[in-house]
Structure formats: C-alpha cells, structure tokens
Design a protein around this ligand. Structure first.
Ligand SMILES: [Zn+2]
Length: 138
C-alpha cells in the first residue's frame, strides 16, 4: 500500500467511526451491483455524480442532493462525509463556495471508491438489508 493509500485509509477510519456515518454500509443489492459492474465502472459513475451534484460552486439542493440509497456511490457519500458541501468541508477541509477543481474531484472520487472497495472486501458479513444482524462472537 502506498503512503497516499495509508493516509486515505487513516482518514476514512476516523470519519466512518462517527456514529451517524458508521450506520452506512453496502447492502446485498448494492454489493451485487458492484460485483456485476466492476469497480472501474462504479468509479466512472462516481465521477459523473460528483461532477453534476457536488462540484459546482453552488450545487442544486445542497445538503439534500444525495439520495440515501439506490446506488453504491450514494451510500458511500453518506458514509464518508462527501454527500454535500457542508459535510465535505467538515470532514475533508474542502471549503464551500468554489467549483471543485480536478484534484479535489479526484480526491473525492478516491475516498468514495476506497470505501466501496473496503465494503466489498468485507461483503460476506454484509447485512441483507438495514435490519441489524446479530453478530456471532468468538
Ligand atoms: Zn452532507
């Protein structure tokens, strides 16, 4: 793992421990979607969503522009604090009021895709839906 990946993972670990964010995981249909489409395609979708919904200087319906589900990228955005410009500022230090530049967009897409990748790696313990599943101990 590169230094940059390690920094990203460290930041993700802090953000995804927040009680609100920690509730978000990929559910079975979203994991199956990732399996079917593959991560490179999911990344293309993430780029498209970020360009359209998050990158403008004043995104439409900012704070409410990210659905709760329906695409793995949307789940990832809530889990990683990249759902709106306020959360992006609070969690990632990217200020509001300017159009996101190429490097900022790439960073946001990296965050989202890394989270999806980690969720996909632990898919065997994923809940079938939002109902909490009892965890086996030991
Ligand atoms: Zn938000």
């Amino acid at each position: 793992m590169s230094m940059e990946d390690e920094r990203l993972d460290a930041r993700l670990a802090v953000i995804t421990r927040q009680p609100f964010r920690a509730k978000f995981h990929l559910r079975r249909p979203e994991l199956e979607y990732v399996a079917r489409k593959g991560l490179p395609t999911v990344r293309e979708h993430a780029t498209g969503f970020i360009d359209a919904r998050l990158a403008p200087a004043s995104p439409a319906k900012d704070g409410k522009q990210t659905p709760w589900g329906g695409h793995p990228v949307f789940r990832a955005q809530h889990a990683t604090g990249t759902c709106c410009r306020t959360c992006l500022h609070r969690n990632h230090g990217i200020t509001k009021g300017h159009e996101l530049g190429a490097r900022e967009r790439e960073y946001v897409v990296d965050v989202i895709c890394r989270w999806i990748e980690l969720e996909y790696e632990r898919r065997d313990s994923a809940p079938i839906d939002d109902v909490p599943q009892p965890r086996r101990s030991g």
